[in-house]
Design a protein. Structure first.
Length: 268
């Protein structure tokens, strides 16, 4: 079985990691310049560095279908720069997971793209754009498989972490190019300089661990999410896939295993 995950951000990477751990062949497609925040747990980072390790799994930037097979044989996860998903025509995936989290009705996804097409979160309509939608909002519905209907609409409000909500999210103070001044995993004091955009500093809003920051050198727009500070002061969680991502991954696995035609050749 071949599974292609469109998008390699932190939520997508929880899905990728869990499927990989189950012994399935997973490939990732990404933009040429992905704007991922939690780079330490995002397979999209392979686009910049050529390879990335997310927990114990390694993602490798590749160009061809034969390259992908070589990486699968080596126990790795191939990552393509392929925003259009053109590699699907060569790999013929059994499952496509759209994990780009664009939160809009997709104009480039249809039921005929694969035997099973899964969409993560808002914007997807089960039985119209995809076969199944996985809920991505925390709460009693997180990770549930929706076969008819849609996920809960996006609230636009960051989830609470350690009694902090909107203030834990770092946003660009202006249009410009981001320059990182701190490193992922750094223990920051309130007011510490994390980054600059056009020489305007981005400061730590409180004491915490720098959990995410977009790649230095990328153009950003004023108000865009560019980083994330974790108030819990745990020195390890910044490099671990989140519980939310793993819960969503469980929903993806449930959707796959619910299909008898796919179960028959899971590890083919």
């Amino acid at each position: 079985m071949i599974i292609i995950v469109r998008g390699g951000g932190d939520l997508a990477s929880g899905v990728i990691l869990r499927l990989h751990r189950a012994g399935l062949k997973v490939a990732v497609t990404e933009l040429a310049k992905p704007l991922v925040v939690r780079r330490a747990v995002s397979f999209a980072q392979a686009v910049y560095d050529g390879r990335v390790q997310v927990e114990e799994a390694t993602g490798i930037l590749v160009k061809t279908a034969s390259d992908a097979q070589s990486e699968w044989d080596g126990g790795n996860i191939p990552v393509f720069i392929d925003p259009e998903g053109a590699i699907c025509d060569q790999l013929h995936p059994d499952v496509i997971v759209d994990a780009r989290m664009r939160k809009i009705i997709p104009d480039d996804l249809k039921l005929s793209d694969a035997p099973l097409v899964i969409g993560l979160g808002p914007g997807f309509r089960a039985s119209i754009d995809c076969h199944a939608v996985i809920e991505t909002i925390r709460g009693p519905y997180l990770g549930r498989v929706i076969w008819q209907g849609q996920a809960i609409p996006d609230t636009g409000i960051p989830e609470t972490v350690g009694q902090h909500q909107a203030d834990r999210v770092l946003r660009a103070p202006a249009d410009g190019v981001l320059k990182g001044m701190a490193h992922l995993g750094d223990h920051l004091q309130a007011g510490a300089v994390i980054a600059e955009v056009n020489n305007i500093p981005v400061l730590a809003p409180f004491e915490g661990i720098l959990r995410g920051l977009v790649e230095t050198g990328l153009p950003v727009k004023k108000g865009m999410k560019i980083g994330d500070v974790d108030p819990r002061l745990d020195k390890d969680t910044w490099r671990l896939v989140s519980d939310k991502a793993l819960a969503v991954a469980g929903g993806v696995m449930e959707a796959i295993l619910s299909r008898a035609d796919l179960r028959a050749h899971l590890w083919d």
